[in-house]
Structures are given as structure tokens and as C-alpha cells.
Design a binder for this molecule. Structure first.
Ligand SMILES: [Zn+2]
Length: 294
């Protein structure tokens, strides 16, 4: 299954980006295109990404451009226009843009946004505090002093629908949707030294007090806010009594298959679930409709 924000069609050019001459040549080539992010918002023309030629940028923008890869032999870079006036028709935040962009464009957005955000957050070496220098077209940050290398960061998140026969466990976090009828899959960051299965069991125990046995992987989704990878799973409940973590969760509850099917058809008064852009929708859908056996 291909989720929104996956499906980036670019060749990431692992060989080319190790060659500084290749990168300089690509940057100067007429076929090369640049995507200028303004405060991490993406430039839109019609319902597509708005790519620009090199002449729209000054020399310092071009020098700091990060290589995304290439498409049909033409290089693609992203430029961080944080402090300058932007020249596209309009800029849209990545989440809103993904609702109308093609799967391919949304995949490029995920890559470009996470990469630029990573560069913004990492200016100095964590070991010796010297400035970091971009290498390999921006896919490595190297310390100019101690030569430590940093690589682009991805934070794995386990997201799971726990099943007990003909019902599933959904939660409402204590954030902005609290006290509405909006529920979603439980989720949490995978900890260091922890497997996906262990993270699923721990998070469900912490948030809902339910013990989980068998865990099965479903699919994954890049989530570039700033750089998560949502790892979608189903799990089988071994206990059914709920004990809510009231700091994190407003509610955790079992919903019947009928209630979930009504919510999927947007015909429910008691339950609303995330839309198709989110992996949670597909985890819930595929269980409720019997698309997969859990
Ligand atoms: Zn250092």
C-alpha cells in the first residue's frame, strides 16, 4: 500500500552526490530545477509543485541548495528561502498541499521538507560545537573540526489498531480534538533499543492499559512533521479492561465493527476517524472491512 507522502519518484543519486564535480555541474545545468521552500511551505502552481530555473536565485541560494535527486536525468534541488521574499504564486503548508498534490509531488514534499528542516535544526556539532558543513549534496553534515558525520534523521513511530474479536481499540488524545467524537489509532515514538512489537505493546499498555499479544505489520508512511516514519500495525488484545493514561489521552474505547463501518461511511454520530491521507484510516479500514485478517 502506498500512502500519502510516500511515492517520491526521484532517483536519490547516491553515486552522483558523492562527487562534488557532478553536483556543481548539475547545479549549473539548464535542465536542473529548484524547489524553493519558504518557512517550510511549498510553492504551488495550479495543483502541482512549482519548480524554478537557476536564474531565479542568487549565488548564495544556489550554493546552499540541497540535492534531492534527479528525474529523467535532470537534477532536482531544494532551496530554503527562510529569510527572503519568495517568488512563487502561492505557498501552502505541506499538510494542506498533500490534500491536492499528486502522490508523486507529495512524496517529493515529504523528502524536501524533512531535509530542509533537518538542516535548520543542525548547525553545530554535538560533540565539539563547531559548525557543521554539508556534504554529499546535503545528505551528510560533517563537523569541520572533529569530522563527526551526521545523517538525515528519521524518527520511527508505532501506530496500531488493537483488535478483540469484532471490536477495535481507538483513542482520543488530550490535544486539539479532545472531547469531540474524533478517535484514531493509538501511536507513540519507538524508544531506543526497542523493537516495533515491543513499542506497540508498551504504548497500548501505557495509553489504554490493555495487554497486547501478537503484533502484525501492515504498512508504513513517511510523516514529514518534521521527519517521522509511521509504522502501522495490528495487534491482538490479550486483556480487554481499559485503564486510561489521563495525561496523554482524553479517552480510549472499544468500538464495534458496525460503529467503525458507519464512521468509514461518514454516517456515524458517535465516531469520526482520520481521513484517507493518514495511515490510521487504512489500518482501521482494512480491519473493519475484512480486507486483511487480524
Ligand atoms: Zn565536532
Amino acid at each position: 500500500m502506498v500512502h500519502t507522502f510516500s511515492g517520491n519518484p526521484l532517483d536519490r543519486e547516491d553515486a552522483g552526490r558523492r562527487d562534488d564535480v557532478w553536483i556543481d555541474t548539475a547545479r549549473d545545468d539548464d535542465s536542473t530545477r529548484f524547489l524553493a521552500l519558504a518557512d517550510l511551505n511549498v510553492p504551488i502552481e495550479g495543483e502541482s509543485l512549482h519548480w524554478l530555473h537557476r536564474e531565479h536565485f542568487d549565488e548564495s541560494d544556489l550554493e546552499s541548495a540541497l540535492l534531492l535527486g534527479s528525474e529523467e536525468g535532470a537534477a532536482r534541488f531544494v532551496v530554503d528561502l527562510s529569510n527572503e521574499s519568495a517568488s512563487a504564486d502561492r505557498y501552502v503548508d505541506a499538510r494542506s498541499a498533500a490534500t491536492f498534490l499528486s502522490m508523486e509531488d507529495a512524496g517529493v514534499v515529504a523528502h524536501a521538507r524533512s531535509l530542509v528542516d533537518w538542516h535548520r535544526r543542525n548547525r553545530f556539532c554535538g560533540r565539539c560545537a563547531s559548525p557543521l558543513i554539508p556534504k554529499r549534496g546535503g545528505n551528510v553534515l560533517q563537523c569541520g573540526q572533529c569530522e563527526a558525520n551526521l545523517f538525515p534523521r528519521t524518527d520511527p513511530v508505532a501506530i496500531m489498531v488493537i483488535v478483540d474479536g469484532d471490536r477495535c481499540l481507538l483513542g482520543q488524545s488530550s490535544g486539539r480534538m479532545a472531547r469531540s467524537n474524533f478517535y484514531s489509532a493509538l501511536a507513540g515514538f519507538i524508544d531506543q533499543g526497542e523493537s516495533i512489537e515491543e513499542a506497540v505493546r508498551r504504548e497500548v499498555m501505557e495509553e489504554g492499559g490493555v495487554r497486547v499479544g501478537d503484533v502484525r505489520y501492515h504498512s508504513s508512511q513517511p510523516w514529514p512533521f518534521p521527519s517521522s516514519l509511521m509504522i502501522g500495525c495490528h495487534g491482538l488484545a490479550e486483556t480487554t479492561e481499559i485503564s486510561i493514561d489521563e495525561k496523554e489521552m482524553n479517552d480510549v474505547r472499544w468500538f464495534s465493527r458496525e460503529e467503525v463501518l458507519a464512521a468509514l461511511a461518514e454516517e456515524s454520530d458517535v465516531l469520526r476517524i482520520p481521513g484517507r491521507m493518514a495511515i490510521a484510516h487504512h489500518l482501521i479500514h482494512d480491519w473493519a472491512t475484512g480486507t486483511i485478517e487480524v
